[in-house]
Write a protein of this length. Structure first.
Length: 207
């Protein structure tokens, strides 16, 4: 009986080792992507949702919106898609607040595509049909640096060609980014294995 137990321990140790290595490599990839910043132009920019405070963008969301404004003003994109829904008790959606902010800063309503969504997959899913209807095939992905790897992976699953343009003014900096990088490493690692759509459905059953 000792041999099978030892063998089982070795097999389990090997499995754990593979899992650790897999997520370690994924973490490095997430970190490397966070350091990329494309200078390309595209058919549209997509702003991934972040919190809003009673009709006003949170500092994190505003940083993303200001990045999208800079891209639009530099004529690197002719369209901006904004995303994000609302949680129980909220009056406004993240996408609605974002659209209003962009309009107030000079982007015409006709050049803004408004989506919704409780997570990144739903965010992209909500704007994919109207963007494709406007012949969009390439997108600049605007979010926090630690979120870029997963966001671009999801954008690509909908048939778009993504490029990273993370905000440089996010209030989440330094040591505060560590738990976000860890969360993204786990989400990317699992999403690659089971699919980001499946992960979204598991995280939001019934939505």
């Amino acid at each position: 009986m000792l041999l099978p137990i030892k063998l089982l321990i070795k097999v389990l140790a090997a499995i754990v080792g593979v899992i650790v290595i897999y997520f370690a490599i994924t973490g490095v990839q997430v970190w490397l992507t966070s350091r990329e910043h494309s200078t390309a132009s595209a058919d549209a920019a997509i702003v991934l949702g972040a919190a809003e405070y009673n009709g006003r963008p949170s500092p994190d969301l505003q940083a993303r919106l200001d990045q999208a404004l800079a891209l639009f003003r530099a004529r690197r994109v002719p369209l901006v898609a904004v995303t994000g829904g609302k949680i129980a008790g909220d009056v406004f959606t993240e996408a609605g607040v974002s659209a209003r902010y962009l309009r107030a800063h000079g982007i015409p309503a006709a050049d803004i595509v408004v989506g919704w969504g409780s997570d990144t997959y739903q965010n992209v899913s909500s704007v994919a049909p109207p963007l494709k209807a406007r012949s969009v095939s390439s997108m600049l992905v605007v979010t926090d640096p630690f979120h870029e790897d997963r966001a671009m992976a999801i954008v690509s699953t909908f048939g778009f060609s993504p490029q990273p343009v993370p905000t440089a003014t996010s209030p989440i900096t330094g040591a505060a980014t560590v738990p976000y990088f860890l969360k993204e490493t786990v989400a990317v690692g699992i999403g690659r294995l089971i699919g980001y759509g499946t992960l979204s459905s598991a995280s939001h059953p019934g939505s």
